[in-house]
Design a protein around this ligand. Structure first.
Ligand code: GLY
Ligand code: MN
Ligand code: MN
Length: 442
C-alpha cells in the first residue's frame, strides 16, 4: 500500500516561507472545509480545503488557521474541534488542541467554541488582515462579525485591522511552484492513474457499459490507496466523447466506436488528470485513426515545446495551429491556415484550452497572466496538455463518416530546468501501443 504523504517538516517550511513574505503587523486567517451534507443523515466524503491543507496537513473539518508574524506567544495557531470521546465513537479520532500542537506543530491551539472570543483578540492591533475573500459567504460574514466586535471595543483601546487583503495571490503563487515532495506525491498519483487507464484498455469489450470502465478505474486507484478521484471520471463512448464534461457514464460501449476516458485519482490531496481515447473493439477505423493521429501529433508537439521561459499561451496557440492545419489536410476545414486561425474556424472542433495548472486542485490555482502578459513557464510548475477534436454528431459541414468522433489525449507535465518531464507517460497513447495492448488482453 502506498503511504506517500507530504511531511510535517515540509508544511512547516511552507508556513515559514509565507510568514517571511507577510508584513510584520499582519495576520492571516484561513478556514478549514466543512462536511457537506448529501441527503438525510448522509454526508459527502470529507475533503479538506486545499489552502488550509497546504499549510497544515491537518485533515479535520471546521477549524481555523492563523499566522501572526512576530507574535511572542507563537506565530502559528490552530483552532480545532474539541476532544469528545462520545462523539469520537461516532465520527472518529480528533487531534484536539493538544494534538494540534504535538502532531501538527501549532504554537498554540484552541477549540472551536472559543473562536468567536479569541479571534477579535488575535486580530486586535494587526494592521492588515489577509483571508480568502469572497470564497464563502459564511466565512466572509464571520470575519465581518469579528471585526464588528473589535470596532465596538475601540474606546477600550482596541485597534481593528485597517486593510482587508486577499490572501490568494501570495499563497497561490507558492502552490503554483511544486517542491520535491509535491512532485513525488503527484508522480505517485500519476502512476496509479496511468495504470488504471491501462487496466481500462485491457478490460474494455463491446457490449460493456461506460460505468464498468469507470468502476475499473476507480477500483484500481482505490486498491492502491487512492480512494478518491480528483474529479468525477468521464467515460464517454461514441458520440458521448464529444460532450466535454460527460459524467453520466451510463451508455453501452459499442463495437466500432471510440471511448474517451478522462479520469485521475487524488493522493494526499494532490490531483492527477489523464485522458485516453481508444477503440472499444481494440482497432481504430480509418477516420478515427486519422483524427487520433492528428490529436496525438498536436499533443506531442505541445509537450515538446514545454520548457522554462516559454509563455503559457504559446502552448495553446501551437495546439490551435497544428489542429487547424490538420483539419485542412483531412478536408474538415478549407481555406487559408492563418485566416482560419484568425476567424477561429477550429472552434466547432476544438473549443477548450490546451491545458491548465495542476496541483492540489485539478484546475489548480496560480495566475496565467502577470501584468497583462501570459506568464513564462518556470521549473516546478505542473500543467496538463490536453488537446482534443470533437466532431459533433449533427455537424453537417463535414462528411457523415467524421461525425460523432470525440478524441482527447491528456498528460500531466512537470516543467524542469532542462525542459519537462511527463508524469503520466506510463499510459500508452500511440495507435500501435494501444492496439497491441488491447490485442494482447483479448
Ligand atoms: N478533467 C478535467 C480536465 O481535464 O480539465
Ligand atoms: Mn485537465
Ligand atoms: Mn482531464
Amino acid at each position: 500500500m502506498l503511504k506517500l504523504k507530504i511531511s510535517q517538516s515540509q508544511y512547516k517550511a511552507r508556513r515559514t516561507r509565507l510568514l517571511q513574505q507577510l508584513p510584520s503587523d499582519s495576520v492571516v486567517v484561513l478556514p478549514a472545509a466543512t462536511h457537506l451534507h448529501r441527503n438525510a443523515d448522509a454526508e459527502y466524503p470529507f475533503r479538506q480545503n486545499s489552502d488550509f491543507y497546504y499549510l497544515t496537513g491537518f485533515n479535520e473539518p471546521d477549524g481555523l488557521l492563523l499566522l501572526l508574524p512576530g507574535r511572542p506567544e507563537g506565530e502559528y495557531i490552530l483552532i480545532c474541534q474539541p476532544r469528545d470521546p462520545a462523539m469520537e465513537v461516532w465520527t472518529g479520532y480528533r487531534a484536539g488542541p493538544e494534538g494540534c500542537c504535538e502532531v501538527y506543530g501549532a504554537d498554540q491551539a484552541f477549540v472551536l467554541g472559543e473562536a468567536d472570543e479569541k479571534l477579535p483578540e488575535l486580530l486586535d492591533g494587526r494592521r492588515s488582515l489577509y483571508y480568502p475573500m469572497g470564497q464563502s459567504t459564511a466565512f466572509d460574514q464571520r470575519v465581518q462579525a469579528w471585526l464588528a466586535t473589535l470596532r465596538k471595543r475601540v474606546r477600550q483601546g482596541c485597534e481593528p485591522p485597517e486593510a482587508l487583503l486577499q490572501i490568494d495571490s501570495l499563497l497561490h503563487e507558492m502552490r503554483l511552484i511544486k517542491d520535491d515532495e509535491e512532485v513525488a506525491v503527484m508522480s505517485a498519483a500519476a502512476d496509479i492513474s496511468a495504470a488504471a487507464h491501462v487496466k481500462a484498455m485491457q478490460q474494455c469489450r463491446p457490449g460493456m457499459m461506460e460505468y464498468m470502465l469507470e468502476a475499473c478505474i476507480m477500483h484500481h486507484c482505490a486498491m492502491q490507496g487512492a480512494r478518491f478521484q480528483a474529479y468525477s471520471p468521464i467515460v464517454g463512448g461514441g458520440e458521448n466523447g464529444c460532450i466535454l464534461h460527460y459524467i453520466e457514464n451510463s451508455a453501452p460501449l459499442c463495437d466500432g466506436d471510440l471511448v474517451l476516458i478522462d479520469a485521475g485519482c487524488e493522493l494526499d490531496c494532490y490531483a492527477s488528470d489523464i485522458t485516453r481515447t481508444f477503440p472499444v473493439n481494440g482497432r481504430f477505423n480509418e477516420q478515427q485513426r486519422a483524427l487520433y493521429e492528428l490529436v496525438l501529433d498536436t499533443q506531442l508537439q505541445c509537450i515538446e515545446a514545454i520548457r522554462p521561459g516559454v509563455p503559457w499561451n504559446d502552448i495553446h496557440d501551437l495546439s490551435v495551429r497544428v489542429i487547424t492545419a490538420g483539419l485542412i489536410r483531412l478536408g474538415l476545414l478549407s481555406g487559408d491556415l492563418d485566416e482560419l486561425i484568425a476567424s477561429e474556424a477550429y472552434r466547432p472542433f476544438y473549443m477548450h484550452r490546451s491545458g491548465h495548472w495542476l496541483g492540489m486542485d485539478v484546475h489548480d490555482v496560480g495566475s496565467y497572466k502577470q501584468q497583462g502578459e501570459w506568464r513564462p513557464l518556470e521549473p516546478g510548475m505542473v500543467l496538463t496538455v490536453e488537446p482534443g477534436i470533437y466532431v459533433a454528431p449533427d455537424n453537417e459541414a463535414v462528411e457523415p463518416h467524421w461525425r460523432g468522433i470525440g478524441i482527447r489525449i491528456e498528460d500531466d507535465v512537470l516543467v524542469t530546468p532542462e525542459g519537462h518531464t511527463v508524469l503520466t507517460a506510463a499510459a500508452p497513447k500511440s495507435v500501435e501501443a494501444i492496439e497491441r495492448l488491447m490485442r494482447e488482453a483479448q
